[in-house]
Design a protein around this ligand. Structure first.
Ligand code: ZN
Length: 141
């Protein structure tokens, strides 16, 4: 596997309304997209930092994995996952390679994530505790 860069960093927040102005000030840039991903029961907001995005994730339901993450984290948000860009190799090929290396997968096949990316997650048990996302941008191919 040879990701080209960190595509985004996923940060869990209780409230996008509260978090967006802070990150806009911190990064000196405006949030350019807010999107609900019904599938994952989250609302996401994106800001650019160089070629890396910051993805803010707000749970829309108690059932959301983001809500559960915050519960475990003492009710606070925090860094939730890191996403690597594997567009060159392709998400399916990257997941297959990871499986071949003995890495436990959350997604055996890519699914549709925010911004139309094809994404798949590796289990943190196999990645030193870091929830790892592999993403492929079909528009860059
Ligand atoms: Zn993500």
């Amino acid at each position: 596997m040879k990701p080209s860069h960190i595509e985004h960093l996923g940060i869990a927040v209780k409230s996008l309304e509260q978090a967006i102005p802070f990150f806009e000030t911190l990064l000196g840039t405006k949030c350019y997209s807010i999107e609900e991903v019904a599938d994952q029961k989250v609302r996401t907001a994106f800001l650019m930092c160089g070629q890396t995005k910051i993805e803010l994730l707000e749970p829309t339901s108690e059932e959301s994995t983001i809500a559960k993450f915050m519960e475990k984290n003492g009710g606070r948000g925090g860094v939730h996952h890191v996403a690597f860009d594997v567009t060159e190799q392709g998400a399916q090929a990257a997941l297959d390679e990871a499986a071949g290396l003995g890495i436990q997968l959350i997604d055996k096949a890519p699914r549709r994530g925010a911004e139309g990316l094809n994404i798949g997650f590796l289990h943190p048990k196999s990645t030193f505790g870091v929830l790892t996302e592999l993403c492929e941008n079909p528009n860059k191919k």
